[in-house]
Write a new protein. Structure first.
Length: 206
C-alpha cells in the first residue's frame, strides 16, 4: 500500500491516491478514486471531485472546483478560483504518438509536454477539451463541449468546435450587455468595459 501523506485540515477520501511529493494546502477536499500525481500542487480550499486525474507537476490555485471525471495533465497551470467542469480534459501534447518513427515505444524522454494555462476566475465547461498549448484568460468562460485550440481573451465566452468567441461575460458569468459600439456593461455589478475592435479584447473602465 502506498503511504499516505499527512495533510493538515484537509480531507482525502480513502480510495483517493495522493503522491507523497504532492503539495496539498489546508482546506482541500479530494474525493473518491481521484489521483493527484507527483509534484502536483493543490491550493487551499480547492475541491477535487470523484475520478479526477491531476497529473504530475500540475499547479492548481486556491478555491478552485474541479468536478468529477476531469483530466488535468501536467504541466497545466490553474489559477485561483477556477471552475473545471465534469469530464473536461486539459491535454499536454498536440502531436501525440505511441511509438517513434523507428517503431520503439515512446517514453518520457521522447516528447516535451506543453501546458494549458487557465487564469484566475475562468470556467471550463463540462466535457470541454483544451488542447495544449493554449491560454484561457481571467474570468473567461468555455462552453460545455467546446474544443479550445486558440488562446481565449479575458472575459470571453467561447463555444463550438473549434471554439470561437460568441460574447463576453462578467465576473458573475452573465453575458455583458452592449451599451454602444465600444462599451459593454454587467447588469448585475454595473462593471463597464471597453471593447477594442483591433485586438478583439475588452478592458475594465475605471
Amino acid at each position: 500500500m502506498n503511504p499516505r501523506p499527512t495533510i493538515p485540515n484537509a480531507y482525502v477520501a480513502p480510495s483517493a491516491v495522493v503522491s507523497t511529493s504532492a503539495v496539498v494546502e489546508p482546506g482541500v477536499r479530494v474525493w473518491d478514486n481521484t489521483h493527484v500525481e507527483a509534484e502536483a500542487t493543490i491550493g487551499s480550499e480547492t475541491l477535487i471531485g470523484r475520478g479526477v486525474t491531476i497529473g504530475a507537476g500540475v499547479r492548481v490555485g486556491a478555491r478552485c472546483k474541479i468536478q468529477n471525471g476531469a483530466l488535468v495533465y501536467g504541466p497545466a497551470v490553474i489559477g485561483s478560483g477556477v471552475f473545471i467542469g465534469p469530464g473536461a480534459v486539459l491535454t499536454n501534447d498536440n502531436t501525440p504518438r505511441a511509438i517513434n518513427p523507428d517503431g520503439s515505444v515512446q517514453d518520457a524522454h521522447d516528447w516535451r509536454p506543453t501546458a494549458v494555462v487557465v487564469e484566475h476566475g475562468a470556467s471550463i465547461g463540462a466535457g470541454a477539451l483544451c488542447v495544449a498549448p493554449v491560454h484561457v484568460g481571467r474570468w473567461a468562460m468555455v462552453a460545455a463541449g467546446a474544443v479550445v485550440v486558440h488562446d481565449v481573451p479575458d472575459h470571453a465566452l467561447v463555444a463550438g468546435v473549434p471554439a470561437r468567441r460568441i460574447g463576453w461575460v462578467s465576473r458573475t458569468g452573465r453575458r455583458l450587455a452592449q451599451v454602444d459600439d465600444h462599451t459593454l456593461v454587467c447588469t448585475e455589478t454595473g462593471d463597464r468595459f471597453h471593447h477594442s475592435e483591433t485586438t478583439d479584447t475588452i478592458e475594465a473602465i475605471r
